[in-house]
Structure formats: C-alpha cells, structure tokens
Design a protein around this ligand. Structure first.
Ligand SMILES: NC(=O)c1ccc[n+]([C@@H]2O[C@H](COP(=O)([O-])OP(=O)(O)OC[C@H]3O[C@@H](n4cnc5c(N)ncnc54)[C@H](OP(=O)(O)O)[C@@H]3O)[C@@H](O)[C@H]2O)c1
Ligand SMILES: [Zn+2]
Length: 344
C-alpha cells in the first residue's frame, strides 16, 4: 500500500510518500479499514519533529481517519465489510485503577492512535473494531476524518469540564485553529454568546462570516479592556485558551466571578505567571482535558446527526502532499481543519 512514513525526525521534508506493507490483521477483535481521508493535527508535527518518545521509526503518523471496513476479525460482530466508519483516536489500558471504574479519560496509560502503532496517513490501517464508529449522517469521508481528535476534545472541554449552558458568554482565543473552530461550532449550537480573538484579522473576518458578532484583534486591541466593555464589565463565563504562555494571564483576567478557563494545549509556551489571588478571590475554575471517552465521542456523533453541524475544513490535499499540508498548519494560515484525501 501507499503511505506517508517518517524515517528520521525533522522538518516537513521528513515525510516520505512510499510503498510499504499492508498491516496484517493480528487480533480477532481487530478490523482492517481502507482509508479515504485523514486529517492533520499538531500531534503529527510533534511526532515528526521527534517530540514524542512513543513514536518508533520508520513510522506512519496520523490519528484521524475515515474509510470503509475491508476485513473483520473472527470476534467482530457489530461491523461488516463495506461499512463506512470514522475512527475514535484514543486508547486506554482497561486495567489501571481508573479504567476499572470506567474513568477511561483519566487512564494512566492512555495514548492516541499513531503514538505506538501505525497511523492514518496510509491506504489501510488495522485497529480494534471498538475504535470504529459510524460516519455521521451526510458526512463525506473528508468531513468524517476532520473531526475526531479536535471536536471530541473540544466537546469534553466545553460540555463535560466547563458544562456550558445557553446564554453564557464564551471567549475562544486563537480562532482558526482546529480546537478553536470546533469550540466555536459547539458553543454556538448550545446557544452561547460568542467572542473570539486572534492575531490575524483575516481569521476574524472568517469568524464574522460564520455569524460571530464580537471579535477581538489581539495585535491591535487590549483583550481585557475590550472584554470588559463588550460584557458591561461582567467578564466571560468560559474561556477556551490553547495558547497559554503570556496570553494565559490575559485569559484569566477576562473571567467573570465563577468563570471557567478550559485548555488542552500550550501553543505559545507551557509556562505562565498567575496571580493566584485572582483564582480564589473570583471563585475561578481551571479545567484541562487531553482526550474524550467513547461515550463522549458517541454523544458528539449524536450532536452532529441532530444539529446538522459539519466540521470546518480549510484545505484538502492528496496524501502524497502531506508535507505541504503540515507546512500550511505550521504557517498558521489555516481556518479549520487540513485534510488529506487518500485515493485508490
Ligand atoms: N486531545 C488533546 O489533548 C488535544 C487535541 C487537539 C489539540 N490539542 C492541542 O491543542 C493545541 C491547538 O491544537 P489545534 O489542533 O487547534 O492546532 P492548530 O489548528 O494549529 O491551531 C493553533 C492555534 O493556536 C493559535 N496560536 C496562538 N499562538 C500561537 C503560537 N505561538 N504558535 C502557534 N499557534 C498559535 C493560532 O492562532 P493565530 O494564528 O490566530 O494566533 C491557531 O489558531 C495544540 O497544542 C495541540 O497539541 C490537544
Ligand atoms: Zn487505564
């Protein structure tokens, strides 16, 4: 089969589109999926750069994918060849003290597809049947590959961790990113009042075209003062901040009393200075997430089926142009997901 593999860590030229062996079906509970699309994530770039110990060389990156079941193992009952599926990208050990009480999101041996096995930048993948879910109604394979990692993480951040409710004010920082655009669509569907921010005016224009009325340019406007004026000095109920670094302090300063800040990334750096008094004086909650459970993934599929929401896709490249696709993400020019089309 054709796949994109990494033989040595490095820049986007480390991605090689080449012929390699189709993955065998090693376990009766596994299936082989013929993939038609994969999506690009920051994780893929971290793996390529050598920033993740769990990736062995040569390896195939990619944790998001969609396609059709080609072969099923003898123990698989709920799927059949030809079924259109998207992939739940997380695994948990099933045995640690958190898994035994079904707290799978907190598993101590959790991992994301591609970290220790072959990923989705390939024509075929084998994986446990329980990682395959039906493609949401009306989704193309490209849409079905675009959402799993970022939409399920954004779902957990907003619905499980922050528990957003209709009418709350939600501020999303760095709009245009995968997590940020997923959060935008989920929060808008719940009936939240949205404010988004970015360094890039073009991305703010795109957010306005999607119906977001309140936008803040981080380069030219003072975030905290603008939020105070837009909210009648009250502040924000829920901030989604995957930037961290120096921006984290500003995000905290925008929160209303009792507000929640949710995060799953630190694009601008992992360290930040926090005035702890702000947290206890204002009864703030800080919530993180690094994955979603199968149950939450199922709830997200139901949300897509009932709301008609479809993931925002910026650009689709053929698989062999994976290097270009990752370079686009690194240049930060995208708004929504970057997808790889897998022909054949
Ligand atoms: N399950 C998980 O734990 C999980 C899942 C998905 C993502 N993540 C993490 O969440 C973060 C965002 O992921 P994503 O998929 O949304 O990535 P993305 O699509 O590349 O978006 C990154 C966003 O960060 C903003 N940004 C601000 N400062 C930045 C900086 N210094 N460098 C790069 N970007 C910066 C960019 O906005 P502007 O260009 O407008 O500033 C852009 O909107 C990453 O750290 C990723 O690893 C975690
Ligand atoms: Zn576990």
């Amino acid at each position: 089969m054709k796949a994109v593999r990494i033989h040595t860590f490095g820049g986007s030229d480390a991605l090689r589109y080449e012929e390699c062996v189709e993955p065998p079906l090693r376990h009766p509970a596994n299936v082989r999926v013929k993939l038609f699309a994969a999506a690009v994530n920051r994780l893929d770039i971290d793996l390529r750069n050598g920033g993740a110990e769990q990736f062995s060389l040569p390896g195939i990156p990619g944790c998001d994918g969609a396609g059709r079941i080609e072969v099923i193992g003898s123990a698989v009952k709920h799927l059949k060849p030809g079924d259109a599926v998207c992939i739940y990208p997380f695994t948990s050990c099933g045995q640690c003290d958190l898994c035994v009480v079904e707290d799978y999101a907190l598993c101590t041996s959790k991992r994301i597809l591609s970290e220790r096995e072959s990923g989705t930048y390939a024509e075929y993948i084998t994986l446990p049947a329980r990682s395959c879910f039906p493609v949401p109604l009306g989704f193309s394979f490209e849409q079905a590959a675009a959402f799993p990692l970022v939409y399920s993480t954004a779902w957990r951040l907003l619905m499980i961790q922050a528990k957003i409710t209709p009418g709350e004010t939600v501020l999303i920082r760095g709009i245009g990113g995968g997590i940020a655009t997923a959060a935008l669509q989920i929060a808008a569907s719940i009936g939240a009042r949205l404010i988004v921010s970015s360094n890039n005016e073009e991305k703010l224009t795109k957010a306005r075209a999607l119906g977001v009325e309140l936008t803040i340019n981080d380069r030219t406007m003072d975030l905290v003062k603008t939020v105070r004026s837009l909210t009648g000095k009250r502040g924000i109920d829920v901030v989604v901040d995957c930037i961290g670094g120096a921006e984290w302090v500003k995000s905290l300063a925008t929160l209303a009393r009792g507000g929640r800040l949710v995060t799953c990334g630190a694009m601008g750096g992992p360290n930040s200075v926090t005035d702890l008094r702000r947290i206890f004086w204002n009864h703030l909650k800080l919530c993180g997430a690094s994955r979603a459970t199968r149950q939450e993934f199922r709830a997200l599929l139901n949300f897509f089926d009932s709301s008609g929401v479809k993931p925002i896709i910026d650009t689709v490249y053929p698989l062999k142009e994976a290097a270009k696709a990752q370079a686009l993400m690194e240049a930060r020019h995208h708004f929504g997901k970057i997808v790889l089309r897998i022909d054949g």
